[in-house]
Design a protein around this ligand. Sequence first.
Ligand code: FEO
Length: 390
Amino acid sequence: MKPRKITECVSFLGAQDFDRRLFDELIPLPDGTSYNAYVVKGSEKTALIDTVDPPKLAVLMNQLNGVEKLDYLIVQHVEQDHSGSVPAVLNRYPNATVITTPKARPMLVDHLHVNPERIPTVADGETISLGNETLEFIHAPWVHWPETMLTYLREEKILFTCDFFGAHLATTELYATDKARVYEAAKRYYAEIMMPFRAMISKHLKRLDDYEIAMIAPSHGPVYDDPAFILGAYRHWVLDPPQNLVLIPYVSMHGSTQVMVDHLTASLVDRGISVKPFNLTVTDLGKLAEELVDASTIIFATPTVLAGPHPGVVSAAYLINALRPKLKYAGVIGSYGWGGKAPETVTGLVGTLKLDWFDPVMVKGLPGKEAFQALDRLAEAIAMRHQSLS
Ligand code: FEO
């Protein structure tokens, strides 16, 4: 695609990656992704904001054919999907300088071997004039790495945000017009990338209240020409209390744990609680992450394998712990053949979340009447706790 103008002086560049299915060798990408870059042409100077993932370098280079002279290459984030093509762009424009944060400078040297003499850094709040346009740099660490910053184009009131407010969504739509689709992709992206840094994001959101924003231009997914849409969504995900929702990530080897999951699900629903079970052998982890944004309670359900939880449950618990959702309550249910310590292991895996734990319900073999009664007591205990949710 050719560069597309979003204002008289700002063009949308970059590549749509419709075929990519995995990010960081971890995150599923059902809708692909994009690597957006932006050219800002002032009356005196020209800046490029972000680049693209190196496999898409040719797309960016072709789009830059209309840019004879580049003065500044703004690096908002060093991760390679945005900065991997920085060395190639600098080769093409030998007089361009990289503008970034002091924290990003050594990272560009370490990860991409950029010549440090070409990287003057900017302080938080510092500005650069392009003539009739002014770029203001806002240090915003941990969206998604510690070196990240945002760029505010004052005269146009456009906020460039790189990963922040992004969505893994390849689309030919320039703007977030299909709001339902973009909301889902942005929520999933928030859960996977931003949720672990909720406390920092809350501060960044508060700071953005001081800016008049006409457009938000992220480096993944479409541009928000209605910024209230994504700002409101983020405020809800970050600040609102968790909801009346229980997640049950589970594995069942021979059916006993499945019977327990089915019974607990029905028992919770009977008590007015929403439940989302996730069979981890077929689950898209992005969907599980997305539901963690709103859930109050998580119940791990696992068979016992070699004295501990099933490795599929171990892997999910480790990831959930790392994502740091707003969860308040947790429990473990499952079945065993002759012994084991599955609940203790699972509890240890999510230790940083400071959860309030229900008594585990572990059953020898196939669950029967007593097991079902124990699961009903668990459902009742969850319902009692959920009454305190606002
Ligand atoms: Fe899109 Fe953290 O990179």
